[in-house]
Design a protein around this ligand. Sequence first.
Ligand code: TMP
Length: 196
Amino acid sequence: MLITIEGIDGSGKTSVWRMLRQEFPGFVFTREPTDSDFGRYVKAEIGKSRNPFFDLFLFMADHALHVRNVIEPAIREGKIVVCDRYIDSRIAYQGSALENTLDDPYEWIKKLHSWSRFPDITLLLDLSPEKAIERCGERASRMKFENVEFLKKVRDAYLRMAGEEERFVVISADRSLDDVFRDVKKTVTGVLSRNS
Ligand code: TMP
């Protein structure tokens, strides 16, 4: 089973992912961009890039290796995989960046991933961009996508997907991390008991 965690920067998803790792040590924990050499290269290049197509295809190349080398082998072994960012990050972020360039970039990016493994459950940590940026504090000035207008588009794209696809569980991130984590844990345990 593949569980993904999504949300705009500052939504607290990486903290939740780390807390889940403590709680469920038997699961496989991974993320995109990946921690591989190529993933680190992608992260560095994305920081410098001013081109959303370049970003999209670099993230996708990292994703292709990730699916083949990590996700699929773990799922074949019957493991539960929890991934911090995945395909939906491309749809939401690069889709928003390409909004004025293509007719329906969101759908186009989704189709570009049709060969891939889609998640079974996606936990969407939802927060307003204003709050998210406030939370990032000094880190916000170093973030590539720190702009409120852009993050609003990204959030809307996420919420649109959540309205269309059953695999999404929207969790309000406008609360203490402990409260958010309680809901996340409840959702994950519920999913596990339904699938056992
Ligand atoms: P992170 O802070 O969660 O590690 O993500 C790094 C940044 O990369 C974050 O601003 C979101 C962005 N990103 C995309 O724009 N598209 C993607 O496909 C992924 C995986 C990340």
